[in-house]
Design a protein around this ligand. Sequence first.
Ligand code: BES
Ligand code: MN
Ligand code: ZN
Length: 496
Amino acid sequence: MEFSTKLSPPEKQASACVVVGIHEGRTLTSSAAAIDRATRGELSDLLRFGDMEGKTGTTRLLYRLPGVAAERVLLVGLGKQKDFSAKAWRDCTRAAVSALAGTGAGDAAIYLSDVAVTRRDAAWKARHFTMTAADALYRFDQMKSTKAEPRKLKKLTFAVSSRRDLAAAERGLKEGRAIAAGMDLTRDLGNLPGNVCTPSYLAEQSVRLAREWKLDVQVLDQKDMEKLGMGSLLSVSKGSRQPPRFIVLHYNGAARKDKPVVLVGKGVTFDTGGISLKPGAEMDEMKFDMCGAASVIGTMRAVAEMRLKLNVIGLIPTVENMPDGAASKPGDIVTSLSGQTIEILNTDAEGRLILCDALTYAERFEPQAVVDIATLTGACIIALGHVCSGLFANKDALARELLAAGEESWDRAWQLPLWDDYNEQLKSNFADVANIGGRAAGSVTAACFLSRFTGKYDWAHLDIAGTAWRSGKDKGASGRPVPLLTSYLMKKAGKR
Ligand code: BES
Ligand code: MN
Ligand code: ZN
């Protein structure tokens, strides 16, 4: 999709379609009013007939209105004008783009920047327009023998009504494009099946990305990891025929001496549970257990395209968790890179076993902050559902920055406690720590486990088990939390 921005009156815009908003109670936005004036009251008539109430997300398509240059006018219902929220704006934008995709229009100009959203400027609107449009138009047919027809809709123009807004919208659109491309990449990697998207595949794709965007990349193989002493990570991969990989991506956008932000993504390309085998129902969804890794890769791409003035390092420990004669067994004790010994009481709690070695590895970069992203616990879905990601941090200031980034990008997170009290549940009779803490507070004990490896820096953990993909009819990777992470990094780079 080609995105652009423009300053032009709606009635004079010669597109295949112009999109204007109508509030509930049949109130015209200023763009809708301009169309109404140009057509000598066509819209007012239509509203009087009662065919468009302006309810949130409803649409009406009109053709060849007299006095309007565009072939079509799409009316979008915006709901109540009072307290019009960021969410409502995004929902209406998405509804408009989905409706456009169902028409024959090859291009369209969207006039929704005139809808006031509390505390959101033209740059925010343009950024979110691009992100929601790309999100609505995304499809994944790489694995189908017959591909979907190419879309007729090729070009979307985000129209603004003042010169000042034009510059801001231009900026927002550029950022939105970069974030959307990062999300698309994250979704593609997530959606690929486990027999294609293996640890080696993630490594190959990282090398490709690095070449395209001039990142530095390093891929450690099993021997390298053995030499380092990543006994915890290797205990997960040894039950699989797929060799493990440890990917290191560097984006250098600031001076060498500037401390980097390190992102660590869980890359379990398939999680059967290992010897503590998972039940069969919906097990296919465990191909999404590498969505943390995919979000790091997508975020690195977005950051590179935006040329953020910041150093960012992406660490991706990636393995396949399988049952096998060589697999780890409950009760096995392994030594992590940190030297701490771990009793594996459940081989299905494998994410923390690969993350802990990556978190220790992160120390060598003397990071200003480390954020890990992982589809870590089913318990997080029980706690928070599919609305927000779970957030844990050993530094409140870092937690606040990430929460704010989630609000700004509408990719929200909610903080859960990381109190020492929970460490009680991780005690082992035989090793330094156990890898599970019982049924109670499963997401918290998982985070507590990780916190034992992050004492040397400011650290936060995002549990994306409920947000990284959707189940059911619309099954597929969501691209989250790329918006949250990029928003956080943009702020860090002084961009927002
Ligand atoms: N990848 C899963 C977590 C998960 C499960 C995410 C379902 C999304 C949907 C993780 O490796 C896992 O299996 N966690 C266990 C931990 C338990 C054994 C302590 C879980 O959540 O059941
Ligand atoms: Mn598991
Ligand atoms: Zn897992």
